[in-house]
Design a protein around this ligand. Structure first.
Ligand SMILES: [Zn+2]
Length: 350
């Protein structure tokens, strides 16, 4: 790799080369780190330290002990933190299944028996796992590990608020076996219709299934829809998944978009866009897993962040900011990958 710094005042060729090599190494290291962070995002939550934050404040925020947080990050419990420092938040006996993982592979990773892991999760030893499925490691009291965001009162049912119209609706998305309900499609379509239009398009069943999963994961909190189906025009290109009913821009009341983004990235055949300045997460159905960051503000043309996630600004995702309304339909930026596999879905008439 050619060093970009070669135009700088000469400070001797050898150190310059060393520096270039070091930069390459660091860049590679960061890339590897980001790749692995992407695939285990939900299991391995990261926290970037903000000014004035202490270990105990952060531990309190994640409902974990200071000792566990310190241990996970190889710090002493009285360590001083630096603004911008990245901490990994221990999952404390709870993990979320990643793509390709099986009971056997997870058990092996944690040096336990597969049937032990199955039993702890009331599964059969032969059970196949869903990506994003929550598992508890044996030996940890599952009552101590209620999901961080609480239990949904009605699993499989989402509460939606369409920001532009203030329309709310509760939709039972999946049946008791987790199959998408046929009737949920038009119900959700009405919520996802473009602003000021009665034109609807049924969402992709996978999108409906994900909405159920997201709703359950975040304790049934209200899903705020910023945009769903919209015809091509403006910054929405014909190939955008929004024009096919395969995409949704949304957030969840009381949940930082970074958390929502990380959870969505545990899905498979998924496009996830993070819009820190437009305050939503884009989710779409596609063949190749894709992730991007778009720094545009509402109504602006897409403005993608550089290759490194280091370039991302701290996301303004406090509860107060999340409550603010966005009146403009945001730009779409989701049409770079191959189209989604249109396998016919099993719909439930329940
Ligand atoms: Zn979008």
């Amino acid at each position: 790799m050619e060093s970009k710094k070669s135009g700088q005042r000469a400070i001797g060729q050898a150190p310059l080369l060393r520096r270039a090599a070091l930069l390459t190494f660091v860049a590679t290291f960061v890339a590897v780190l980001l790749c692995s962070a992407g695939s285990k995002s939900a299991a391995q939550v990261q926290h970037r330290v903000r000014p004035g934050q202490t270990l105990s404040r952060i531990a309190k925020r994640y409902h974990i002990s200071v000792a566990a947080l310190a241990a996970q990050n190889r710090l002493t419990t009285d360590a001083a933190l630096q603004t911008g420092q990245l901490l990994s938040i221990p999952s404390d006996g709870v993990l979320f299944v990643r793509r390709g993982q099986t009971l056997r592979s997870i058990a092996k990773q944690h040096h336990i028996e597969a049937d032990e892991l199955a039993r702890a999760n009331r599964l059969r030893a032969t059970a196949s796992l869903r990506v994003g499925q929550r598992l508890v490691l044996p030996g940890t009291d599952s009552s101590d590990h209620a999901p961080r965001w609480g239990h949904p009162r009605r699993p499989g049912t989402g509460t939606f608020l369409r920001m532009a119209t203030h329309r709310t609706a509760r939709v039972q998305l999946v049946d008791r076996r987790g199959a998408v309900r046929r009737r949920a499609l038009p119900e959700l379509a009405r919520l996802l219709a473009p602003r000021g239009s009665r034109q609807t398009k049924n969402p992709h069943p996978q999108l409906v299934r994900w909405m159920a999963r997201v709703s359950d994961h975040f304790g049934g909190r209200t899903i705020e829809i910023v945009s769903g189906y919209r015809p091509a025009g403006g910054y929405t290109r014909q190939e955008s998944r929004h024009t096919q009913g395969h995409a949704i821009d949304f957030r969840i009341r009381g949940v930082p978009n970074t958390e929502l983004r990380d959870y969505c990235r545990t899905f498979h055949h998924v496009g996830v866009g993070y819009y820190p300045n437009s305050l939503f997460v884009h989710l779409d159905v596609r063949r190749d897993d894709t992730y991007w960051v778009d720094l545009s503000r509402p109504g602006e043309a897409p403005r993608y962040a550089g290759a490194g996630e280091d370039n991302q600004p701290e996301a303004p995702t406090t509860a107060a900011v999340i409550d603010s309304d966005i009146s403009a339909e945001p730009a779409a930026a989701d049409d770079t990958a191959a189209p989604v596999d249109e396998a016919p879905d099993q719909l439930s008439d329940e």
